[in-house]
Design a protein around this ligand. Structure first.
Ligand SMILES: *Cc1c(COP(=O)(O)O)cnc(C)c1O
Length: 429
């Protein structure tokens, strides 16, 4: 059964003439899995619909943000009301104070925070703050971690870059990349070694505490604790990039699950409820360097946008109900069990990893602890699996280096259908 994709194909042809690769973000182009990207007309709950009227159970969820499911009635209504009051003022509003208060309650390490418009802006600004605070230039990141597309962070940056085999993007001045030290994830020895050599020149360490941009890679016991200890010793600012894990692995993110207090945290995705938002924050001492309190400059015409703040506030209101995460975790566990069973019954060797509501299936029989392990898994098998699932009405992220996501709207029926599709697909590939 081949999908009918006439209109998507037509639109893709048109789009390629006017937009690079026909897409406004590279992985959307389906390059690593082949075929035509779906052009979407609408989405509701756990389902997404393309312009050819095909229906899919959606595990991409706009790459993470739609944790309540698509077009949740409460968000949509709140947005309508907010829009009638004006869509941007370029002045402070009560909404941004409210959202910041909700975020700080969930992330006490973010004593002071600023709202921005994307995850990229959040990480870029956090690094500037850390450099301004320490007076040091060097930064440390980890292979396979993606922190947005700012210069200097596009070094060995996981999914998008890995998918296209561009380890470091052209256009990034060598002098920028020179200040970025890249180390393997989950390797505390390598980190200690660098710090013993040049720790006093390192401004910050930025890390995805659970790597979601090379699939789903969990930190080994003691790893994050070790980073915390060593960074403290050398006066290095520890930045948790929780743009993906924030409100995904738990309401309080990975720092709550692993009980680590970073100096700074970056958020995005879920806190915008589907609108463009990012946030960065941390302890008072560092954040007091940000303009206009201090000399580190960072600004934004649309930052704290009232529509975006509204979507964020309404999303967090629902997420903060005590029963919400119980439901989310039960759904995630059910999916994990179903996917593992389907692979076992079909006799296909896979490793399924999950952190809260994010997950990944790797086609391998070996454990995956870092980017090198992930890149040795069978990506061709993933591509076949992806296409087969899509034909059966299940939308996974179009790359074996991406995480999948569950929402509050996914039902047991959705999970059952996904498991049946997975069993067939595992067998067919
Ligand atoms: C998505 C992501 C970013 C970038 O966020 P954008 O909103 O796409 O700029 C940064 N860090 C992590 C961990 C992400 O998953």
């Amino acid at each position: 059964m081949a999908l009918k994709l006439k209109k998507s194909k037509e639109l893709f042809r048109k789009a390629k003439r006017i937009i690079p690769g026909g897409v406004n973000s590279p992985v959307r182009a389906f390059k690593s899995v082949g075929g035509t990207p779906l052009f979407i007309s609408s989405a509701k709950g756990s389902k997404i619909y393309d312009v050819d009227r095909n229906e899919y159970i959606d595990y991409v969820l706009s790459w993470g943000p739609m944790i309540l499911g698509h077009s949740h009635p409460r968000i949509v209504n709140a947005l309508k009301k907010a829009a009638e009051k004006g869509t941007s003022f370029g002045a402070p509003t009560p909404l941004e104070v409210e959202l910041a208060g909700m975020v700080r309650k969930a992330y006490p390490s973010m004593e002071i925070m600023r709202m921005v418009n994307s995850g990229t802006e959040a990480t870029m600004s956090a690094i500037r703050a850390a450099r301004g605070f320490t007076g040091r230039d060097r930064i440390v990141k980890f292979e396979g971690c993606y922190h947005g597309h700012a210069d200097g962070l596009l070094v060995k940056a996981g999914s998008g870059a890995a998918t296209f085999g561009v380890p470091t993007s052209p256009g990034v001045p060598r002098d920028y990349a020179r200040n970025t030290i890249t180390l393997p994830f989950n390797d505390l020895k390598a980190f200690r070694k660098i710090c013993d050599k040049t720790g006093k020149n390192i401004a910050c360490v930025i890390i995805e505490p659970v790597v979601g941009n090379s699939g789903c890679i969990l930190p080994m016991p003691g790893y994050l604790e070790g980073l915390r200890k060593i960074t403290k010793k050398y006066g290095i600012v520890l930045i948790f990039d929780e743009v993906m894990t924030g409100f995904r692995v738990s309401y309080g993110g990975a720092q709550k699950v692993f009980k680590i207090k970073p100096d700074m945290t970056c958020l995005g995705k879920v806190i915008g409820g589907g609108l463009p938002v990012g946030a960065y924050g941390g302890n008072r001492e560092i954040m007091s360097r940000i303009a206009p309190d201090g000399p580190v400059y960072q600004a934004g015409t649309l930052s704290g946008n009232p529509l975006a703040m509204t979507a964020g506030i309404e999303t967090l209101k629902i997420l903060s109900r005590p029963e919400t995460y119980k439901k989310l975790m039960a759904k995630s566990e059910a999916l994990e069990e179903a996917m593992k069973k389907a692979a076992a019954r079909a006799g296909v060797k896979t490793k399924f990893y999950r952190a809260g509501t994010m997950f990944c299936t790797y086609f391998t029989d070996k454990e995956v602890h870092n980017f090198t392990d992930a890149s040795k898994t069978d990506m061709a098998a993933f591509a076949r699996f992806f296409r087969s699932m899509l034909e059966k009405g299940v939308n996974l992220a179009p790359s074996g280096y991406e995480a999948g996501f569950i929402s509050l709207a996914h039902s047991q029926a959705d999970i059952n259908k996904t498991a049946r599709a997975a069993y067939q697909s595992f067998k067919d590939i």
